[in-house]
Design a protein around this ligand. Structure first.
Ligand SMILES: [Zn+2]
Length: 442
């Protein structure tokens, strides 16, 4: 009997020694219910999960999270059956996500970004794109006028747009993409002008095209029209140095050759600092009001001695034929946009540089001179007989309402004020209230 007991005890002892010699205490790791492998300590597996998240954060450029279910089970297994957990398998099993934000207008989601902070940054950059304060321009308020929603949502990192892409989505907005076939004689600049765009706008929409690219007739270009989804309204105060036009005083003088004039005293323009309050929508001035004017220097009258029997009005219109004579070019330069066309252009655009003088197209009286909304600084000259000419987008006006002007007199300086995409003179001839094609009269 004692022998048997001893034998059994010996057997158990041997079995135990073999068992512990061929098996190992491990932690079995499962991710989302699937067994991935074993590790000696749970902390090893936890470290691998952290490495996987760091890997994805580095890949996408923002911190990511995981909701994957990682479970641990302690057990002894036979050493030969052991499958060690690898970093590669852990990384592959983890699905990263981010607590992102989407911008929505009505039902439409415009873009998704990785955080509320980035979304706010995109919106602020968008506002700054349109609102540019300067030394003589103080912006008092700038905000987005339209309503939009910031939606918190869990996103896969691949759904997340980089900041630049999100910003472009806002800027291009609901604009349409159209194609333009290049015509003979067109340059990028002329195409931009004809379509109320800038050369930069065209370059952005045509990969590989640069400002120096040669374009040829028949070539197709994309014209992406910017029509932003959100309107940035800015208000503030600006100060501008402006010219005060001189008055032309004409005196009859029998000593001067009949029909001609002599300048006795040259006029000198004055200078004033004008303070305006303004309202801008997406960078375009929609309201402008004078708050204060400070005269820096007074203008000096131009005194003209006119001989007897001066020739009368040089512009005349026959209502029947619409015939106008005596209208001359207000500015010499390339025509960058013709009358009529798809956008019902009411005049012609003549290329010029800011500060270049332009001239009265005929003799007449200034019926208005000042800010006229989308025309910017603008002059209307009444030539009598129902004929009026318009000069728009000026940088400075050298005449005021009521002034008499002669054909060829410098009445203003070329600019790009109002709704304009570059320095040019917009010139109209209006007969009995209707804009006509100036090229039929020049
Ligand atoms: Zn125009």
């Amino acid at each position: 009997m004692p022998l048997i007991v001893t034998a059994v005890a010996f057997f158990i002892l041997c079995y135990t020694a073999v068992y512990y010699g061929t098996t190992e205490q491990t932690v079995r790791v499962s991710i989302n219910g699937q067994v991935m492998g074993v590790v000696a300590e749970q902390t090893e597996a936890e470290a691998m999960v952290r490495v996987a998240l760091r890997h994805y954060s580095a890949e996408y450029g923002f911190p990511v999270l995981s909701k994957d279910e990682v479970s641990y089970e302690s057990l002894r297994i036979r050493i030969e059956d052991r499958t060690p957990l690898t970093q590669e398998n852990v990384t592959a099993a983890i699905t990263p996500y981010v607590n992102g934000y989407a911008l929505a207008i009505g039902e439409q989601v415009l873009f998704k970004v990785a955080s509320e902070e980035i979304l706010d940054d995109v919106l602020q950059t968008y506002v700054d794109h349109y609102v540019q304060p300067g030394a003589s321009k103080v912006v008092e308020s700038a905000e987005i006028q339209d309503s939009f929603a910031k939606l918190a949502m869990e996103l896969h990192p691949q759904e997340v747009a980089p900041k630049d892409e999100a910003l472009n989505r806002l800027l291009l907005g609901g604009g349409e993409v159209s194609r333009h076939t290049v015509q003979a004689g067109e340059s990028l600049w002329i195409i931009a002008r004809k379509n109320d765009m800038t050369v930069e706008d065209i370059l952005k929409s045509n990969d590989g095209l640069t400002e120096d690219s040669m374009i040829h007739p028949g070539q197709e270009l994309y014209l992406n029209e910017e029509r932003p989804f959100l309107t940035v309204v800015a208000t503030g105060v600006s100060v501008q140095e402006e010219v005060i036009p001189y008055t032309v005083v004409t005196k009859e003088d029998n000593t001067v050759t009949p029909g001609s004039s002599v300048i006795r005293q040259a006029g000198v323009t004055g200078v004033k600092n004008v303070t305006y309050s303004f309202v801008e929508k997406n960078g375009r001035t929609v309201e402008k009001e004078v708050i204060e004017e400070n005269i820096v220097s007074e203008p000096v009258d131009q005194i003209v001695a006119r001989g007897p029997a001066a020739i009368a009005v040089s512009v005349a219109a026959s209502r029947g034929s619409g015939n106008v004579t005596g209208i001359g070019w207000p500015l010499s330069g390339n025509i960058t946009s013709y009358f009529g066309g798809g956008r019902r252009h009411t005049g012609i655009d003549i290329d010029g540089v800011t500060g270049q003088p332009f001239y009265a197209a005929g003799t007449g009286t200034v019926s208005s001179a000042g800010w006229m909304g989308s025309y910017g600084y603008c002059i209307l000259v009444d030539h009598g007989d129902g004929v009026t000419t318009r000069y728009a987008h000026a940088s400075q006006l050298l005449v005021k309402a009521g002034d008499k002007v002669t054909k060829g007199q410098n009445i203003g300086l070329v600019g790009s004020t109002g709704r304009s995409t570059g320095s040019h003179l917009h010139f109209e001839i209006i007969i009995n209230g209707n804009a006509v094609n100036p090229l039929n009269y020049l």
